[in-house]
Design a protein around this ligand. Structure first.
Ligand SMILES: Nc1nc2c(ncn2[C@@H]2O[C@H](COP(=O)(O)OP(=O)(O)OP(=O)(O)O)[C@@H](O)[C@H]2O)c(=O)[nH]1
Ligand SMILES: [Mg+2]
Ligand SMILES: [Zn+2]
Length: 292
């Protein structure tokens, strides 16, 4: 979804058009496919901006937002964090501030379907021919937002469950809507969690606060776990970095590395032989010690 193709019309107006070629993708929002996650699933191609949509009717889930942002940055599209249902949140200012701490350097927008001004303000960010994809869990109001922004869209919506406020997976396939002014909105089915797919730079972009510190670690290949002279650990100890955020960064990094090895047999082989060499060196040292 979202690929651009070159078509040529047939000789007669009623003739079918022929697809000449599909243009190279400028961005691809990809995640590990459901199940094993061993294959790539492109959610959307050629998207300029991705709105990571979360509802304020439930507490903010920082770890989920970080994961979404890493995937979006990696895609080449620019993320924005869109917090819906502000009418159901008692403490919007506090939550907004918390969101800004999590989504470092990302625009955070707070809105409600009941507040037309907040919707108009979001509309002003749309660009002609620009494509915006909406991603986020089921029930957060993605399709509602599409309908509010477009005068013609009639995307189906349905109420969240009253107990846990979970959505009902109303949108079941990706759907592109053209809206007045020429922007395109891509509504997607809700997904609770995005499995990482070959995220490398995206992770650093989602954690710029940690990324800037890594350059100051004593070792270039510092894993920021136990190494001496680690600037990240020092920042954590000084209370500059939230330990939960650091845990999340480590977890996502480990997951991305695991995914990379799964995707790339050569990298896996290299990692294995590296481990073997390390093991041999260890044995060698043990032998040395036994000689003493
Ligand atoms: N109070 C309130 N309700 C909202 C708001 N935005 C959406 N809703 C309601 O939330 C419910 C779910 O909205 P949908 O637009 O279907 O959610 P979705 O994200 O498209 O869900 P899926 O298609 O299942 O992924 C609907 O009953 C909406 O009316 C809002 O800002 N405030
Ligand atoms: Mg929907
Ligand atoms: Zn370090």
């Amino acid at each position: 979804m979202g690929d651009w193709a070159m078509l040529t019309p047939g000789p007669e107006p009623a003739d079918p058009w022929t697809v000449r070629c599909v243009l190279d993708r400028e961005s691809a929002l990809a995640r590990g496919a459901a199940g094993t996650g061993a294959t790539e699933h492109v959610l959307a191609a050629n998207v300029d901006v991705v709105w990571v949509v979360q509802g304020l009717d439930t507490p903010l889930n920082p770890r989920r937002i970080e994961r979404y942002l890493a995937v979006v940055w990696e895609s080449g599209a620019a993320p924005a964090l869109v917090l819906t249902k502000s009418d159901l949140c008692a403490d919007v200012d506090r939550v907004r501030a918390e969101a800004e701490r999590i989504a470092v350097g990302v625009e955070v927008r707070v809105l409600s379907s009941t507040d037309p001004a907040s919707i108009s303000s979001l509309r002003t960010t749309l660009r002609p021919a620009g494509t915006v994809a909406l991603v986020g869990p089921s029930g957060v109001g993605k399709s509602t937002l599409v309908n509010l922004l477009s005068s013609t869209a009639e995307a189906a919506t349905s109420q969240v469950r009253s107990g846990d406020r979970k959505g009902r997976h109303t949108t079941t396939r990706r759907e592109l809507y053209r809206i007045a002014g020429g922007a395109l909105l891509l509504d997607t089915p809700g997904v609770r969690e995005l499995r990482l797919w070959s995220v490398e730079d995206g992770l650093d972009q989602a954690f710029p606060d940690i990324e800037t510190l890594t350059g100051h670690c004593r070792f270039r290949d510092c894993s920021h776990e136990t190494e001496p002279g680690c600037a990240v650990l020092a920042a954590e100890a000084a209370g500059v970095i939230d330990p939960d955020r650091l845990r999340s960064y480590r977890k996502l990094r480990a997951e991305a590395e695991h995914q990379r090895l799964k995707e790339d047999p050569l990298a896996k082989k290299a990692a294995l032989s590296e481990r073997k060499t390390a093991l041999k060196t260890m044995k060698f040292h043990q032998k040395d010690r036994a000689d003493y």
